[in-house]
Unconditional design. Structure first.
Length: 309
């Protein structure tokens, strides 16, 4: 790993949300936003990670993303050759959701839960973001149902696929991600947690032959972002079996109506909403007859969908 630099500026929650939902704002920079004061709309921070020492023009680009910072000086920090994704996730507190207990390191595991060790590392999805913990809770609430086949689109660390494997051990499970590193990490985490039998596929959405040839699925999970969820509605509905359960996450509550409308247009019905702060997790039911798309898939909105939460 090479040295890198971090540019930090204060921002508001509204600015942070706009940055988090954008596909790409500054070429070559990785942007992260952090809530500095819990439940405070004004006290957030933007960190921009870059691989070369930033010049004044690059700092100005970052500043343009957060007008609320005004003329406050940016903090530019030189970072040694370390994995900043791992560092950003290190030290997370264990998470307990229904039947599941998720931890990133040494932890005392309660009795009668399925523990998953998801180390801080190269892919996002430790369970601590509202969308991932909400999906775990949604799956936990479906435990009494029966599913024979399931797919986790945008699997990240593999956590949701592992939860499916625990709840429905006889199910045929596919976990996909557009990012090859995420699939590598999922394989490592599966071995660490002694989870077997999940088919891992690098794919853009649900268009790959290796995914469609395994369809239909009676449980479809997609924890990505609102734009890609809307764009992928026809292809996700197309791989869902009649009356299949579809769990969607990665969307803000303000984006719920747009996402729901896209899936209703494909014959799906909204059944439940789990709102967690500004985020919502949706459970829908596919139509009684399998959806057949009328035309070619629209790629708009797909860029950047691998930003797992």
């Amino acid at each position: 790993m090479s040295d890198s630099w971090k540019i930090s500026l204060p921002c508001t929650r509204a600015e942070a949300e706009a940055i988090d939902m954008a596909d790409e704002l500054i070429a070559g920079a990785v942007l992260m936003t952090t809530e500095e004061v819990e439940d405070d709309r004004e006290h957030w921070r933007l960190d921009a990670y870059v691989e070369a020492e930033p010049d004044a023009a690059l700092v100005a680009q970052v500043r343009a993303l957060v007008p609320s910072a005004g003329d406050r000086p940016a903090t530019v920090t030189h970072l040694p050759p370390e994995d900043w994704v791992t560092l950003s996730q290190a030290g997370l507190e264990p998470l307990s959701v229904g039947r599941f207990f998720v931890h990133s390191g040494a932890a005392t595991v309660p009795a009668d839960v399925r523990a998953f060790h998801i180390p801080a590392g190269r892919a996002f999805g430790t369970g601590h973001h509202e969308t991932t913990s909400g999906c775990l809770a949604m799956l936990d609430g479906l435990a009494e149902r029966r599913f024979a086949s399931a797919i986790d689109v945008g699997t990240g660390t593999g956590l949701l696929a592992f939860a499916v494997a625990h709840l429905w051990p006889q199910a045929r499970i596919v976990a996909t991600d557009i990012d090859p590193v995420a699939i590598e990490v999922t394989a490592e985490n599966a071995a660490l947690n002694q989870v077997e039998g999940i088919d891992l596929i690098v794919a853009d959405g649900a268009l790959a032959d290796s995914i469609t040839e395994r369809a239909p699925y009676d449980l479809v999970i997609a924890n990505i972002l609102a734009g890609p969820l809307v764009s992928m509605a026809p292809e996700l509905a197309a791989i869902a079996g009649p009356s299949a359960t579809i769990v969607l996450a990665g969307l803000l509550e303000t984006q719920r109506a747009e996402v729901v409308a896209a899936y209703q247009a494909c014959g799906c019905t909204l059944e439940a909403v789990d709102r967690r702060g500004d985020w919502s997790v949706l459970r829908l039911t596919a139509g009684a007859e399998r959806f057949v798309p009328a035309g070619p898939f629209d790629p708009k909105g797909r860029d950047g969908w691998a930003l797992d939460l």
